[in-house]
Design a protein around this ligand. Structure first.
Ligand SMILES: O=C(O)CCC(=O)C(=O)O
Ligand SMILES: [Fe+2]
Length: 337
């Protein structure tokens, strides 16, 4: 595909470390009119971005078509344990089954973690917040980094850090409730003292392009973060659902991904999170995944939160959270915010 090994090497280096890019190259603002590319930094950024767009398009062509990411099948839970929810043995059995899927695949889908009503309010809130923050950036009263985190393939896509508004607080409370499937999973896998590491929204506007496949954090022996992506509206195929590579979080998989990038991706099984409003994908940050292209006319807004393994200091990637909220709350605190 690429003519010289050094170009390939450089590209791979760039592809495999998307967040690191931002350490070296200050990013121009999001959603601003395309500036005249004059400075070496601008030119370098623009070259990188177009190399990534090309790579992501190729990946989309040669990777296997995704299967749907399904929630747990009722049959996966011990017979007779039912699907009641709450605190009984059926609930615990289901919890174990959900945890097993996460441990094996590095991603699990849980439906209805927030109600459609809450999601609709959150969606209105985050879209308005994104618009206002972008206006501040455009008018020069704020810089992009004050409100937005860097994002891979940023054309028509943004990662907006969220304030702890009453609605966000009550959503966090619902998501971490230990008597819900998701809350139970969070408590069981990370423990109540796991810090809230990210509190943001990923918005892909119509016209956003496919991301290159990536893990959010480099390989490490344990789960560094559990990230929960919640659909604030139905996410249909053309809206660019997240694609995951189940089981791709391990050391060997990360080595293969680094050393034989395209070969690894060609062979990988993939699943796609076409979600209903309020459904979530919960994934280990080492799991390789990508956001799809939004080819629809609908905005795709995903509310997301990450919780950090309490035994980790730095996970290898700067968190998307307002700096004043960083490290302030843990899972247990979310119930009493
Ligand atoms: O938009 C998505 O579904 C995924 C985004 C993502 O993985 C990222 O920006 O790191
Ligand atoms: Fe990601």
């Amino acid at each position: 595909m690429f003519k010289s090994a050094s170009i390939l090497l450089l590209l791979l280096l760039l592809l495999l470390t998307p967040p690191i890019l931002t350490f070296f190259i200050p990013l121009p603002p999001l959603h601003t009119p395309t500036p005249l590319l004059s400075s070496p930094t601008d030119l370098l950024y623009s070259d990188q971005e177009s190399a990534l767009v090309t790579q992501a398009t190729l990946e989309g062509e040669f990777m296997k078509p995704p299967k749907p990411l399904h929630p747990l099948k009722p049959g996966a839970v011990k017979s007779g344990s039912g699907f009641g929810g709450g605190s009984g043995s059926a609930f615990r059995e289901r919890g174990k089954a959900i945890e097993k899927v996460l441990k094996k695949d590095g991603v699990v889908r849980i439906n209805n973690v927030l109600s459609a009503e809450v999601c609709e309010k959150l969606r209105t809130f985050v879209l308005k917040e994104a618009e206002q923050r972008q206006k501040e950036v455009d008018s020069g009263t704020a810089s992009t980094n004050d409100h937005f985190s860097s994002v891979l393939l940023r054309k028509n896509r943004c990662d907006l850090r969220l304030p702890l508004s009453p609605l966000v607080k009550s959503s966090l409370k619902i998501l971490t409730d230990p008597s819900s499937d998701l809350g139970h999973l969070l408590h069981c896998t990370l423990g109540g003292i796991a810090p809230l590491q990210e509190l943001a929204t990923m918005i892909s506007y119509p016209g956003s392009t496919r991301q290159t496949a990536h893990p959010d954090t480099p390989y490490s022996p344990q789960t560094p973060l559990l990230t929960i992506f919640i659909a604030l509206q139905d996410v249909e195929k053309g809206m660019g659902p997240t694609t995951f590579l189940p089981g791709s979080f391990g050391k060997k998989k990360h080595e293969q991904f680094r050393e034989d990038h395209d070969g690894f991706l060609r062979k990988a099984e993939t699943v796609e999170a076409e979600l209903g409003v309020g459904d979530c994908s919960c994934f280990d940050s080492r799991t390789i995944h990508l956001g799809g292209a939004n080819e629809s006319s609908e905005i795709r807004a995903m509310f997301y939160v990450s919780f950090k393994n309490p035994s980790y200091e730095y996970v290898g990637n700067p968190p998307s959270i307002k700096p004043e909220l960083e490290g302030r709350f843990c899972i247990e605190d979310c119930g009493i915010l």
